[in-house]
Design a protein around this ligand. Structure first.
Ligand code: ADP
Ligand code: ASP
Ligand code: MG
Length: 395
């Protein structure tokens, strides 16, 4: 009988130093010694992708997209080789592969490419030789042979896509927290770890900024029913299993999206600006129509691109943050959330309802307090996360 196959992905903090790479090697060796075939996906060492990006931006605020991918993909290449050297030194045969060597073929959207197909042969050949296979996360290659990257946080997607193609028994995302929490545990100290989170809730959490999983990784795993688990590199724990097709909890969690940009423009140019955004591929989160101004909200990182086409049209621009409640009844919370924040003297800029989610736009310096207040009201105080504060669903 074929041995079970496990895909293990280690994020930037997990491979952040040689000492930590040894710790990662221990997890891999344990899985191997338990009788599994092991495919590993690694991110760049923590800070490395930002360092490379910073170098490029010293030269050009909007670097050439193709060349940026050539540059950024180097970060993962360093980690994969260091990990393979470590495993080989420890007596376990390992071989590293870049995205191109692993035949991960993407479309040609540089910086934000989508995996089209993967030829499993290079990996399965190495597995048959009883080797541990280490693949660089976050990168692929176009049909034409250009290097692409999958968007920030994209190594999760590499891992899930490989797990899908190789029909892995489990895809384990090792990170610096021990699972998926009801809110970023670095912001809300009494956030609860979810032993299981359903796919629709996880998708919405990821979409609204919970970067513990890259959004396309959740979507791919859901569509292809890849068994997916998030767990810690640094502590022994079962982590969180992502499983199930129905959003069960009234409020499953809160997600924070920082670094959004509110750009105020004259109402006459709104149509032209939205068209230009569409043309250059910038997603507008929402248009805010205030009695005194009109604004569009985009990701801050998109602003430098947009600045080139908006010359002279911007009246004002400010950083904002988004806080989203996710869950089967999240939409019903709009009124009570708003009131709760006012009671706590927190000013909101805008609100938006979406399918099983409710988002509030806030000034960046109050988003953490707002998250704590809403978490306390709708999650901590709701017993086992099931009953909500009485006032929440009253008209
Ligand atoms: P990696 O480098 O391992 O890919 P990331 O930094 O991308 O790790 O994602 C892990 C981080 O996600 C955590 O350190 C945590 O601060 C953040 N995070 C945000 N929302 C959540 C959440 N709901 N549950 C757990 N972690 C979260
Ligand atoms: N290194 C890339 C990033 O920092 C990809 C990843 O870590 O998943 O975004
Ligand atoms: Mg990540």
């Amino acid at each position: 009988m074929e041995k079970p196959l496990i895909v293990q992905k280690f994020g930037g903090t997990s491979v952040g130093s040689i000492e930590r790479i040894y710790k990662v090697a221990e997890h891999i060796i344990n899985a191997k010694n338990e009788g599994n075939q092991v495919v590993v996906v690694v991110s760049a060492m923590s800070g490395e992708t930002n360092r490379l990006l910073g170098l490029a931006k010293q030269i050009d605020s909007v670097p050439d997209a193709r060349e940026l991918d050539v540059l950024l993909s180097a970060g993962e290449q360093i980690s994969m080789a260091l990990l393979a050297i470590t495993l080989n030194k420890m007596g376990y045969a390992a071989c590293s592969l870049t995205g191109a060597q692993a035949k991960i073929v993407t479309d040609n959207q540089y910086n934000d490419a989508v995996i089209q197909h993967i030829d499993a042969a290079p990996i399965t050949d190495l597995l048959q030789q009883d080797k541990i296979v280490i693949v660089a996360g976050f990168q692929g290659i176009t049909e034409k042979g250009d290097i692409t990257t999958l968007g920030r946080g994209g190594s999760d997607t590499t891992a899930v896509a490989l797990a899908g193609v190789l029909k892995a028994d489990e895809c384990q995302i090792f990170t610096d927290v021990d699972g998926v929490y009801t809110c970023d545990p670095r912001v809300v100290s009494d956030a609860k770890k979810l032993n299981v989170i359903d796919f629709p809730s996880m998708e919405r959490m990821a979409k609204h900024g919970a970067k513990v999983l890259h959004l396309p990784s959740v979507q791919y795993a859901w569509k292809n029913q890849v068994p997916l688990r998030v767990l810690s590199t640094f502590s022994a724990n079962q982590g969180s299993l992502v499983k199930g097709d129905a959003c069960l909890l009234p409020v499953c969690g809160l997600a924070i999206q920082r670094d959004m940009c509110l750009i105020k423009i004259a109402s006459e140019v709104l149509l032209a600006v939205t068209k230009q955004c569409q043309l250059i591929g910038i997603a507008i989160w929402d248009v805010i129509e205030h009695p005194d101004w009109i604004g569009i909200v985009v990701k801050q990182e998109a602003y430098s691109k947009l600045e080139l086409v908006l010359q002279g049209k911007v009246a004002d621009r400010q950083l904002i943050s988004l806080l989203t409640a996710v869950g089967a009844k999240a939409e019903e919370l709009a009124g009570s959330c708003y009131q709760l924040l006012i009671d706590n003297e927190i000013m909101t800029i805008h609100q938006k309802l979406d399918n099983q989610s409710f988002t509030i736009a806030l000034f960046p310096d109050c988003v953490d307090s707002a998250a704590n207040i809403l978490h306390q009201a709708y999650i901590t105080q709701s017993e086992a996360h099931v009953c909500l504060p009485k006032h929440a669903f009253l008209n």
